[in-house]
Design a protein around this ligand. Structure first.
Ligand code: EPU
Length: 342
């Protein structure tokens, strides 16, 4: 394991923003992960664990500690019953390569989560979700390295405390865990989720029969229209979470904005479409502030056009949040993890 000093973090993020890490290392095995933590303990510095950097905004001041990029790889497929297959994937594996492999093998469950950038290890952290499916629907357990006890632990789905765009790994009690492996249970039985508006329209418009492969292709086609091309601009996908509100708040919003899309959640709360508010109330679509802006096809997505910095993006996101607060009364919260001091 090599520990590098003063490493620019921007190239390690899909936003292509952020300052330097005091120390930086890659961990390709559990042994290297332990060594990296030993180093951080010996220097008495904090640790930040990075995957593919597709959901982080790193401060221009960088990170005054050790950044560990988890590169532990390897996928294992195992039949558990005639219908179900258990897939144990490692934190450093590419998420979309895993989705592709599962679709090729005829395994149902994660095809709606096609085309999401990032690593396997990142999926449970924010409970990645798209087109009517959340990764928590198929996670059996998550294996973590606990630096406090220097040991590996398995957390069942329940212990992961999954909620919309959140889990124990985002909470104080679980922030220190480093995800090493994730076990997903997929099915050989045909069970598709095509009820999400965009998917329904896709199959209607194209007059095609939804199959496992067709759903993956549909999601990839929809995403390519809604999200910027990562090779041309910096982005971290949705920058904010859709607000979750209670019944009373829902009634207030419905009276104010009769066309606002509202989605009922299982626990009786309601998810508010922030993209709609940004588009129709805030008129934020396509707004540009020098090197950063709001994507023209999906206003939840903030973009970096190049030569910008993190404070510019932070300033834009604060401006949006203030505007939405004033116009709707809603407090909006970033979905993207902020690293370092802003
Ligand atoms: N809408 C507009 N104007 C727009 C775009 C959307 O009014 O320009 C309205 C439409 O009514 C649309 C609704 O907003 O039906 C919802 O839009 P969309 O289907 O694009 O979903 P979203 O709620 O904006 C969420 C996730 C995305 C995920 C999509 C698809 C969050 C924070 N974002 O976006 O996830 O891909 O659903 O399922 O929950 C991510 O987390 O990085 C991400 C991209």
């Amino acid at each position: 394991m090599t520990i590098k000093r003063n490493v620019s973090l921007a190239p390690y993020t899909t936003l292509k923003l952020g300052g330097h890490a005091k120390y930086f290392t890659c961990a390709s095995s559990e042994k290297e992960l332990r060594e990296a933590f030993d180093f951080a303990h010996s220097q008495n510095i904090p640790v930040f664990v990075l995957g593919d950097g597709s959901n982080v905004l790193i401060s221009d001041n960088g990170f005054q500690g050790l950044v560990i990029q988890v590169k532990i790889c390897g996928i294992n497929f195992e039949d558990i019953t005639r219908e179900s297959v258990s897939i144990v994937a490692s934190a450093g594996d590419s998420w979309d390569a895993l989705v592709d492999a599962c679709v090729t093998k005829g395994l149902y469950g994660i095809e709606n989560l096609s085309g999401i950038p990032g690593t396997v290890g990142a999926t449970p952290v924010q409970n990645v979700g798209a087109y009517g499916v959340e990764v928590s629907d198929v996670v059996k357990w998550v294996e973590v390295f606990n630096p406090k006890t220097n040991s590996l632990e398995k957390l069942s789905n329940k212990l992961c405390q999954f909620v919309y765009r959140g889990s124990i790994f985002k909470k104080e009690e679980g922030k220190h865990f480093v995800i090493v492996r994730v076990c997903y249970i997929l099915s050989r039985q045909k069970k598709l989720h095509t009820g999400y508006k965009d998917l329904e329209h896709y199959f209607k418009d194209n007059d095609t029969e939804p199959t496992l492969k067709a759903v993956r292709e549909a999601v990839l086609a929809i995403r390519s229209k809604k999200f910027p091309d990562l090779s041309s601009v910096g982005t971290a996908g949705s920058f904010f979470k859709n607000p979750i509100v209670d019944e009373r708040e829902m009634q207030r919003l419905r009276a104010l904005f009769p066309d606002l899309p509202l989605f009922n959640m299982q626990d009786g709360t309601c998810k508010v479409s922030l993209a709609w508010l940004l588009d129709n109330v805030g008129k934020w679509k396509g707004v540009r502030r020098t090197n950063v802006g709001v994507f023209e096809n999906q206003p939840l997505v903030l973009v970096h056009y190049g030569n910008g910095n993190s404070s510019e993006l932070k300033k834009l996101s604060d401006e949006i949040a203030k505007d939405i607060k004033e116009k709707t009364g809603l407090t909006i919260i970033p979905e993207v993890t902020h690293v370092g001091i802003f």
